[in-house]
Structure formats: C-alpha cells, structure tokens
Design a protein around this ligand. Structure first.
Ligand code: ADP
Ligand code: MG
Length: 457
C-alpha cells in the first residue's frame, strides 16, 4: 500500500496479503492504493469504482482474514473514490480506469461485512439465467421468497467449480435481507465451518458455536464437501442440520460433488436429498457470451462483441476463468492504452484458451486417433463386433467424446450406432479405470494430447 509507513503495525499484514495473492496482483491493485486505518475499519482510497470492485471481489476476504489473523480484529473494508473524472463517455480502453467512476453514483461505497458474511455483489439480477442453470436459479429464487417451505428444504446445488454455486448462495441471502432486513442469514463455507468448530472445541465453547447456528432463519453453507471425511465435524454438521431442519429453518448447501459422492451417513444423505437437489451444468456458448457482455457492461469497458465471442469460444468449463480472462484483457489494455482485439486476446490468453480448447474437437478425430492407437478401423467403432480388441477402444472413444465434446449422450450414442445407456456404461467403465490405474490414465492423457494436436492445427 502506498502510505504503509504511516502504519508500521500493518507491514506484516500486507506482507502476508502480498504472499497470498502474489506480487503481480499486489503491485497492480493494492500497492498503488492509499489507505486509512483505525483499528476497526480500513478505508481504501482509489481513483475509480472499477478498481474498488476488483479489490472487493477478489481480495477483500483475504484482506479481512489477514487482519483477523495478525491483529485479531474483524475489520470493515470501505472504498473511497477520490477523484471522479469528468469525461462522461469511454472511447477507448485507456479511459477505463478513470472514467468508470463517473457512471456510478456514490462517491463512497460502503461495504459492511454483515454478520451474515454476504457479498452484496452477487445477486439474482446479475446472474445470467440459461438452460444449464435454470432449475438451480428458479429453485434458489423460490427458496429466497418462501423460506423453510418443506418442499424446498434443503436446497442442494452441485456442480464442478466456477459455475455459479457461490453466486447463487449469496444471491439467496441478499434477496432475503432485502425483503426482510432483520432476517438471520448466515453464509459460510465448509472450510470455515470446520475451522470454527475446531476452534470452538479448543476454546471449550462448543455450546456458543451451536447456539449461533441454531438461531438462524437461513443457513447457506458453501462447499460442504470440506466437511466430509472429518468425522467430528460431520456429526456436528449433521446435528446443526437436523436442528435447523426440524425447526423448519431454511438450509441451502452447495457442493462440488453429488450428494451421493459425499459418502455421508445414510440418514444424513437421505435428508440431504429430501428437498431439492439440482445441478448446474456447463454454460453453452450463448450463455458464455451473455455473461461476458454483462461483465463488460458492468465495468463499462469498450470491448467488442467479436472479442467477447472469441474468449467465450475458448473457455467452456468455468465461468470464473471466463471472467478472469476478461479482467486480464481489460487490465492489460487499460495499462497499455490499447483497444482490445482478438489478436491481443489470443496472445494474452494463449495458456487458458489452449488448455480449454475442446470445442474444435471433432468426433472423427477422436475415432481416428483412438483407432490408430489401438490399431482398429474407423468402421469398427460403429460395427456390432463385440470382441474385446474392438469393444475396449470403442468404449474409450465414447468416453473421450463425452469428455471432449459438447455432444449429448443420445447424440454420442447415435455417432457410435448405440443407445445412450451404452455410452454411460462406457464412460463410467473407462473413468473408473483411469482413477484406479495411473498408467492407463497417462495413456489416455497422451491420446487426448494427440487429438488436440490434430484439431488445433
Ligand atoms: P462456484 O461457487 O460454482 O465455484 P462461483 O459462484 O464462484 O462458482 O462463480 C464464479 C464466477 O462466475 C463468479 O464471479 C460468478 O459471479 C460468475 N458466474 C457464474 N455463473 C454465472 C452466471 N450464470 N451469470 C453471471 N455470473 C456468473
Ligand atoms: Mg464456490
């Protein structure tokens, strides 16, 4: 931070923050900022709102945690926009850092770390609804409007990382507080639950720990997979869950595994599944573009739809990466005063785009490469032959098609002249072998690289 010498007691705190977020990010976002500190509040002074949003979204939790860890205090973080610019429109990338402030109204944005621990920037309004998340979105809205209704309790949302679970949990909490500011809502991650519980045990205060949870109207617990496998915590979670459930309090859980995969006690599992369980799937291309557009508009940065589409085409699996890429491009173009273009995006995001570049994988390439690897002919993939020397490569090809393309299971079935249940069986068999056999996993990895090498040419 710019004027750190004024607060020598904070040097180790910011040193720690720099270690956690990395020097580059620290240099870019935090080092230039000027700040004030008074034991309970940290006021970060910045030239514009965009900057404040970035710190808030990416680093605020880390900052608060570091203060708690080093100084033992829960601080609030406030953002003060120091010098709003007068230019009303943004014409090029170079203006973004100065001009965004103009479009936002308040000069001081106050963010209180509610006891609820909610992040007010995650709302239903700024969550893009799409076929891949529609059911989860609707269920979340229903929960927010009708707390504790038997049919919606608990709500369990699961998905692979970066697809919006945390966003929806906060959106539920923010909506509840908007409708009823005195509602007791608590957001917590599984990790935090575990560490608080261990702390409560060590300081011999498990009762106050229990009381806190059991007085809630809505408990939003993110990433419950962290509680799995730690027996004492699982039991405590189970008790908390039951107490809330029985007093008809709303529970919303998220997990990066299916409830079945959490391998919990049967009673807990059956309770977990007794409300609504819903998965968020990967967003399709239109949704990915819509998300990028919304982000662009929210930071008011001049970046063309063609560039957004290019990024969206390259990143399939993770909305967080999608946003991160946009941020990276915006930061780069802002600093170097250039207008974003596909060429710049390609250069700057090469590592991410190539890594995720699965859209161009063609099913015939998969068959060709797998066929070559196992020495079988193209037509064997669709034939009725069941000998192991053909059936096994065919199963591998089916698995790879589920993994590397956006085709649905029935579509894949048709491509192999089979029905979708055969595809499911093949996928699961191969997956299982990959998990159990590292040599086989390496072999499959090599095949994937070969496939991508052909399709990326
Ligand atoms: P998860 O908890 O599933 O890992 P997050 O909720 O943290 O994912 O989402 C990652 C990022 O992507 C967040 O910044 C979130 O706001 C954004 N995001 C995910 N899905 C959407 C969506 N449908 N619309 C808008 N933003 C989204
Ligand atoms: Mg999350």
């Amino acid at each position: 931070m710019d004027n750190l010498e004024k607060y020598p007691q904070l040097v180790p705190v910011f040193q720690d923050i720099e270690n956690i977020i990395g020097k580059d990010s620290y240099d870019m976002w935090l080092r230039p900022a000027h700040f004030e500190y008074n034991a309970t509040a940290l006021v970060i002074c910045l030239p514009n709102q965009f900057w404040g949003n970035t710190i808030r979204e990416r680093y605020e939790t880390i900052i608060r945690d570091a203060f708690l860890k080093h100084l033992g205090t829960q601080i609030t973080v406030e953002y003060k926009i120091e010098a709003p610019e007068e230019t009303p429109t943004i014409t090029s990338a170079q203006d973004v850092f100065s001009a965004t402030a103009v479009t936002e109204q308040p000069a001081v944005v106050k963010i209180n770390p509610f006891a609820s621990r909610l992040n007010s920037s995650y709302t239903f309004e700024n969550f893009i609804e799409s076929p891949s998340n529609r059911f989860a979105y609707k269920a979340a809205e229903a929960v927010a409007h009708k707390l504790g209704a038997r049919e919606n309790n608990p709500l369990v949302i699961y998905s692979s990382p970066g697809l919006g679970k945390t966003h929806l949990l906060h959106a539920i909490g923010n909506q509840i507080l908007k409708d009823n500011p005195s509602a007791k809502v608590l957001y917590m991650s599984g990790e935090e639950f575990v560490s608080e519980y261990i702390e409560a045990l060590q300081s011999k205060t498990p009762e106050s720990f229990r009381k806190k949870y059991r007085s809630l109207d809505c408990f939003l617990m993110d990433d419950i997979q962290f509680v799995s496998g730690k027996e004492a915590c699982t039991i405590e979670f189970f008790n908390t869950f039951n107490a809330l459930f029985e007093s008809k309090k709303q529970i919303v859980l998220s997990s990066d595994r299916t409830p079945q995969q959490l391998e919990w006690d049967e009673r807990l599992s059956s309770r977990l599944l007794s409300g609504i369980t819903t998965e968020i799937k990967r967003p399709n291309l239109e949704t990915r573009i819509a998300i990028l557009r919304q982000k662009r508009d929210s930071i008011n940065f001049d970046i063309g739809d063609d560039v957004l589409a290019f990024i969206a085409e390259g990143i399939h699996t993770n909305v967080r990466e999608l946003e991160g890429s946009l941020f990276r491009l915006v930061a780069y173009c802002g600093m170097h005063s250039v207008t974003p273009s596909i060429a710049i995006a390609k250069e700057l995001l090469a590592d991410i785009l190539i890594y995720n570049n699965t859209s161009s994988v063609n099913i015939n390439t998969i068959k060709k490469i797998v066929g070559k690897h196992f020495n079988i002919k193209m037509e064997d993939f669709n034939s009725k032959r069941k000998t192991q020397s053909v059936a096994w490569p065919r199963q591998i090809a089916m698995f790879l098609t589920t993994d590397l393309t956006d085709l649905s299971l029935p579509e894949i079935g048709r491509e192999f002249n089979r029905d979708h249940s055969t595809v499911v069986h093949a996928r699961d068999t191969v997956k299982e072998k990959i998990e159990k056999d590292p040599f086989f996993a390496a072999e499959i990895n090599q095949i994937i690289l070969d496939i991508k090498a052909v399709d990326n040419k």
